[in-house]
Design a protein. Structure first.
Ligand SMILES: [Zn+2]
Ligand SMILES: [Zn+2]
Length: 302
């Protein structure tokens, strides 16, 4: 499982940073979160599997988060896509998407299904669920959490303790059967543990938001906007400073924080944002266009 920060600039792109987009690769599927202008070129440049995108989630309808959608849809058509594409977002997503698709003359070789979401909805994929949740940006705006289903893992220490490591009985235990081994009865729960799946949370655009903190709880990766340094946050309504992003990560108890959505005023000085967030949360990295993060499966504790 991998996540890419695809575009990491806020409202206006810079020469090095495109507009908002993030991609999750899970079991061969690609799920895109936001699609700012320039997203498709970046997806191509870093071979992120543009044609494998099955679902696109739009956090809110500010142009820096959706302006790449039409071009991406057209490229999929030119490449002969046949699989359906699903687009989701806050209320009015269906209306805005329909209007956009009515602009110009172009054919479509595949179906597009669009859905307006509300908090509490669950989009169920193969092995995962995506949940939208409301954030504070002055308009209908969501953050999203991507949660892998819980996983059955063998506790290898317990397996060795019981002398089971070479035994075909392991397969039976994994299927939930109780087995007899070496004169003793072994139940699946003796060595199989149900581990929580991996969780990735994306903030979209928001000011520091309690609802986000509760949805981001224990995430493996939180991709959070950090539009500016804290000294000017009062001028940036509906956005978060790097310091606040660090506080959010700390309060939500996430494993890793990835910062994104940088104002162009910090061009080539993004390290200042990293440093500010790092004052309150240690495991923090700057998002870069095309940078990827591998997320390892959870293992039973020894
Ligand atoms: Zn934005
Ligand atoms: Zn916005």
């Amino acid at each position: 499982m991998k996540v890419w920060t695809v575009g990491t600039s806020s409202a206006v792109p810079t020469a090095d940073r495109g507009l908002a987009a993030n991609l999750i690769e899970y079991n061969g599927e690609r799920i895109l979160f936001d699609c700012g202008e320039g997203t498709q070129r970046r997806l191509m440049a870093d071979k992120m599997g543009l044609m494998k995108i099955s679902r696109i989630f739009i956090s809110h309808w500010h142009a820096d988060h959706f302006s790449g959608l039409l071009g991406l849809i057209q490229t999929m058509e030119m490449e002969g896509r046949e699989e359906p594409l699903y687009i989701y977002g806050p209320p009015r997503t269906e209306e805005f998407t329909d209007r956009m698709l009515d602009t110009g003359y172009f054919n479509r070789s595949y179906d597009i299904f669009v859905e307006d979401l509300v908090e509490g909805d669950e989009i169920i994929g193969e092995g995962y669920i995506v949940r939208p949740f409301e954030v504070e940006h002055g308009i209908n705006a969501f953050g999203f959490s991507f949660e892998e289903d819980s996983q059955k893992k063998v506790n290898k220490d317990k397996m060795r303790e019981l002398g089971l490591e070479q035994s075909p009985k392991i397969g039976e235990l994994k299927q939930g059967e109780t087995v007899e081994f070496d004169g003793q009865k072994i139940m699946p729960e003796d060595i199989i543990e149900e581990m929580p799946g991996r969780k990735i949370v994306y903030s979209g655009d928001t000011s520091k938001c309690d609802n986000l903190i509760s949805h981001a709880e224990n995430a493996d990766v939180l991709i959070h906007e950090a539009t500016c340094l804290h000294d000017i946050i009062d001028e940036r309504h509906g956005h978060t400073s790097a310091l606040q992003a660090g506080e959010i990560a700390e309060e939500a108890g996430v494993e890793k924080l990835v910062l994104t959505h940088f104002s162009r005023r910090y061009r080539n000085k993004e390290e200042m944002l990293l440093q500010e967030a790092g004052e309150v949360f240690e495991n923090v990295e700057l998002g870069e266009d095309g940078k990827s993060f591998e997320i390892k499966p959870h293992r039973p504790e020894k």
